[in-house]
Design a protein around this ligand. Structure first.
Ligand SMILES: Cc1cc2nc3c(=O)[nH]c(=O)nc-3n(C[C@H](O)[C@H](O)[C@H](O)COP(=O)(O)O)c2cc1C
Length: 227
């Protein structure tokens, strides 16, 4: 099996998940190519499995304005974040726009990284990947999200969980795995109630018409104060 993993990453977390997936798939005997979205091939012929991953920005896939915001975050010494090569894009959103849809397409699965917050408030870039590929008549049959804390660091155990998910993608496993039963339970941060998390102003929310008007944009991530 030849797997292509396509990712974009601002601070390295999505790349680390991509690498954990690659390592686990290689251990199952798969040949794996890992590519940042900026360099990833648009021709998918020859791959049996394509794994696509991106960070969640404003409930959806990163776009030029949110990538610029991430670069600004990394300039803040308090945040202690380093920006990845290729973070300025083009990213997964643009890669999906340039892939060549041929018959047959390889199996495609998606993953995201996102804040450890109920998904209804956090959003999930994997859902957007799925929706955008569906618009091209390309099905994504499995997706998973991996969590970062409010300092944008992967929660403990998430790379292991990514490897466990990857193993479910190898030949011989059922293809409808939404994995909740197949891998170790995800770690949880203890999160104070939403009203506390957002302070008095709360996040600014706008609709994103590109994602069917259902996607909200969190202008800033909520700051969690310790209870
Ligand atoms: C501009 C910006 C907007 C973000 N918006 C969200 C969001 O709406 N929901 C969420 O869960 N996380 C959000 N995040 C947190 C990212 O999901 C997190 O930084 C990312 O998963 C880290 O992955 P990376 O290191 O590969 O960039 C946002 C981050 C940035 C920089």
């Amino acid at each position: 099996m030849h797997t292509l993993i396509v990712y974009e990453s601002m601070f390295g977390n999505t790349r680390r998940i991509a690498e954990a997936i690659a390592e686990a798939l290689r251990a199952t005997g798969s040949e794996v190519t890992v590519a940042g979205a900026v360099d990833a091939p648009s021709e998918l012929e020859g791959f049996d499995l394509v794994v696509v991953g991106a960070p969640t920005h404003g409930h959806t896939l990163p776009q030029p304005s949110s990538r610029a915001e991430a670069v600004a975050w990394a300039k803040d010494p308090v945040k202690d974040l380093a920006i990845e090569a290729g973070a300025r894009g083009p990213g997964v959103r643009e890669w999906i726009e340039r892939i060549l849809v041929t018959e047959p397409m390889p199996r495609i699965v998606a993953f995201s990284t996102r804040a450890d917050f109920p998904v209804i408030f956090a959003g999930d870039a994997a859902v957007t990947i799925k929706r955008r590929l569906h618009q091209l008549d390309v099905d994504v049959d499995s997706h998973e999200d991996f969590l970062v804390d409010f300092q944008n660091r992967l929660l403990d155990g998430e790379q292991q969980r990514a490897g466990d998910w990857a193993i479910t993608l190898a030949p011989g496993h059922t293809s409808d795995s939404r994995v909740t039963h197949a891998v170790a339970p995800r770690p949880r941060m203890s999160t104070p109630p939403l009203a506390e998390s957002h302070g008095t102003n709360g996040p600014k929310v706008t609709l994103d018409p590109l994602d069917g008007g259902t996607t909200q944009h969190l202008e800033t991530l909520p700051t969690i104060s310790k209870p």
